[in-house]
Design a protein around this ligand. Structure first.
Ligand code: 0WE
Length: 254
């Protein structure tokens, strides 16, 4: 039981295929008490139903695009729990049309929204979580190789993930004195709601499967295992890092 006696918050559960949900479930299986946030009442029904699968869940409504909702959510957690030990940030958004065309055409507003929801939210949540992490803590976010290489159509999300990974390093520096670690798991392509409707995703999966050293699709459970490792005491020496769970794809030249 890697997380026995620990409590933490998981942000980014939309449905049963969410990477956030796989992490939440594994964290609970490893003995953690888990708070799940849901963005709005529409997704709340999904999250409430999923939460029945874990022991002693806490549910809070929070849209990471709103400072006041972030403050309220952590106030609600503080009313139930005196302390938290971990935070999982598994949220990204860019307007759909920005993931179709050319990056050069990205509007100022689409760029702003992608940065706000996909990158700034990590700093905002870390700031809200810090006062509750009185015994140290571990923060894990999710990234993608499109932050450092050009993946056609990933566009403004690639720039937002670059910003997210840099944020991981600056947050790791700031929060290190409080024994709070901050890391990212860079995940190979997986079919989730966030990938649905992305044209050419099927051929991306095939390409990944044939080029990656492990010659198979990335499994959501592999991502959850790495995340739980980083959340646990086993990861106690690791901060400011981007760890790849991609079957080794990122090491290849082509
Ligand atoms: O980070 C992501 C996806 C994030 C994402 C997905 C959507 C789809 C629906 C952010 N915003 C939106 N907005 C929507 O309206 N991934 C790592 C998955 C992904 O998305 C791609 C990829 C991969 C891989 C988009 C283009 C090319 C590759």
């Amino acid at each position: 039981m890697l997380l026995s006696g620990k409590r933490g918050m998981v942000v980014g559960v939309a449905n049963k295929r969410s990477i956030a949900w796989a992490i939440a479930k594994k964290a609970a299986d490893e003995g953690a008490q888990v708070a799940l946030s849901y963005q709005n009442e529409r997704l709340g029904d999904n999250v409430r139903e999923l939460a029945q699968e874990i022991k002693d869940p806490l549910l809070v409504q929070m849209d990471v695009g709103s400072d006041s909702q972030i403050v309220m959510a952590f106030d609600n957690i503080r009313k139930q729990w005196d302390r938290i030990d971990f935070l999982v940030h598994a949220v990204a958004y860019a307007p759909r049309h920005a993931l179709d065309g050319r990056f050069v055409e990205t509007s100022r507003e689409d760029f702003r929204v992608a940065q706000d929801i996909s990158a700034y939210s990590l700093a905002a949540l870390s700031r809200a979580a810090q006062p509750l992490m009185t015994d140290g803590g571990s923060i894990v976010t999710l990234s993608y190789l499109g932050s450092e290489r050009v993946v056609p159509h990933y566009n403004v999300m690639g720039v937002a993930k670059a910003s997210l990974e840099a944020s991981v390093r600056y947050l790791a520096y700031d929060l290190g004195e409080s024994n709070i670690r901050v890391n990212a798991v860079s995940v190979g392509p997986i079919k989730t709601l966030a990938a649905s409707g992305i044209s050419g995703f099927g051929s991306m999966l095939r390409h990944h499967r044939t080029r990656a050293p492990l010659q198979k699709d990335v499994e959501i459970e592999e991502v959850a295992d790495a995340a739980v490792f980083l959340l646990s005491g086993m990861g106690r020496g690791i901060t400011g890092q981007v760890i790849y769970v991609d079957g080794g794809y990122n090491i290849m030249a082509d």
